[in-house]
Design a protein around this ligand. Sequence first.
Ligand code: ZN
Length: 262
Amino acid sequence: MLGQLISRRVVYPTTVALLIILIILEFSFDVPWYVYTLVVLAWFLITLCGSFFIGWNFHMKSWHSNKKIEQNWVSITFDDGPNAEFTPQVLDLLKKYNAKATFFCIGHKIEEHPDILKRLLEEGHTVGNHTYNHSRSFGFYGMEEVKAELEKAKKTVKEHTGLTMNLYRPAFGVTNPSIEKAVNQLKVQSIGWNVRSLDTTVRTEDMVLKRITSKVSKGDIILLHDTSAKSVAVLERLLVFLREKNLQSVTADRLLGIKAYV
Ligand SMILES: [Zn+2]
């Protein structure tokens, strides 16, 4: 993907260099104003996409898959739980199909349902950090605020389980320089995905399932949410599909060969 070649560290200096070249050219030519506008607009659009498409690794490195894996493994991940109604249903299905998953939990929801967190850990799944509040304005937080959110969620899990989480899933998949700095300072591993189900949109169960099954293959990380009946229904059909294709879901840390806890 072209996006994988585009990083902030290349785009920002290139934009500045282009603007300097244009200013120098002004001494010899009359550079039209729209040329400047185009350069700035291109910079803005690339930065915007790079901030929203975690797969670009524009601001920071996240893990999105492990295509070099020899085993027939994929990794199902769930964001935004624990949910009193749906997470237990998800756990029942994972048990039924002998699959393991990673749950990127929201800190304040863990405070409400610590028993569900304990159950998922007892059943061999992994818990990862998905911020404490999952605020809609998270993408506008400064570095200290991002750090505080991650540390609060980390502390919550530590208090309930004794585990120190090493995996972090950016809320909304948004990354930026503040999040990059916080992740580096806290030395956590950022986990993205390469198969996005879009299960939280208006898409039907069939459409969500097809989005996954039309592209999933060995080494992929799948994004789902343990927050709706639709996602639970998709999960059961996905687990049947994976079994037919001889693919096994394992935790993200196992797929990637990294530590879930430190
Ligand atoms: Zn989320």
